[in-house]
Design a binder for this molecule. Structure first.
Ligand code: HH2
Length: 257
């Protein structure tokens, strides 16, 4: 899954694809490099981010989605209104970082459209989530949350076989929490749905390598975490640098097969 942030303020690529022409060109490049789908988002969820209105999100993503018509697209949104318009314009998957807790109308929009849905774990909300994240046991708490949200989504009429689950790397988690989730990924794949991992460029990678103030991580560290996640059973990797991940995963796949 290639990332296309149509935002001025995303943590690693804010402003790069804020112009719709740039966003469309990036999306096409990521697809040509081997992405199976591109995840288009109009609202940053980086630590400390304030939300944007549905109107502003639509203003950012609609021109991009219109021009990507026919390409495999996912919409990164928590808002029913944005998801509805994106699905009309051909999006196939709704990537909701609130796991249907943000907008009570989103479940029905996904159910009616028959789209795929990604449910992600987050502790707290983007504005404050990195202040002091705490868990008894992060993996069992994330697994229990995802299982409960999966049940809720199915109860809302979304077919279980259309749902994937994501532990939400960096969403209310310390460096150690994030790596433990990958280390014990088998406890999440045991839920029976495809697992998504989005470690790409995240600050935990920069912090692991010795910079306690890092706000991003390198491409090489991202690829390392993605290959480890793949080996532990993740089947969808949400990444900014598609070519590097596709090449690394092809080699890992050949070596592990
Ligand atoms: N991470 C981000 C955004 N959306 N969705 C899923 N399912 N999983 C993730 O790990 C995930 C996500 C944050 O990354 P990015 O989109 O690059 O940044 P920003 O939120 O600042 O736009």
């Amino acid at each position: 899954m290639g990332v296309v942030n149509v935002t001025p303020d995303s943590f690693s690529d804010g402003g790069v694809n804020f112009d719709p022409d740039d966003a469309v060109a990036s999306a096409r490049r990521l697809l040509a490099e081997g992405a199976a789908i591109v995840d288009v988002g109009g609202e940053s969820t980086r630590p400390g981010a304030e939300g944007v209105s549905a109107d502003e999100e639509l203003r950012r993503v609609v021109p991009v989605l219109e021009r990507l018509s026919g390409a495999p697209v996912s919409i990164d949104t928590s808002k029913a209104e944005v998801a509805r318009r994106a699905l009309e314009l051909g999006a196939e998957l709704v990537n909701d970082v609130t796991a249907l807790r943000g907008d009570p109308a989103l479940g029905e929009v996904v159910a009616e459209s028959g789209a795929y849905l990604c449910l992600m774990h987050m502790q707290g909300e983007p504005r404050t989530m990195q202040a002091d994240p705490r868990y008894g046991d992060v993996v069992s708490e994330v697994a229990a949350f995802l299982e409960e949200r999966l049940r809720e989504a199915v109860a809302a009429g979304i077919a279980e076989e259309r749902i994937c689950l994501d532990p939400g790397i960096g969403f209310g988690k310390t460096v150690e929490h994030n790596f433990e989730l990958v280390r014990r990924l088998d406890e999440l794949t045991a839920l029976g749905r495809p697992v998504v991992i989005g470690f790409s460029r995240k600050s935990s990678l920069g912090r692991l390598l010795g910079d306690p103030q890092a706000t991003t991580g390198s491409v090489a560290a991202s690829v390392g975490a993605a290959v480890a996640a793949y080996e532990r059973g993740a089947t969808i990797l949400r990444v900014h640098d598609v070519r590097e991940h596709v090449e690394a995963l092809a080699a890992a796949q050949a070596a592990l097969a």
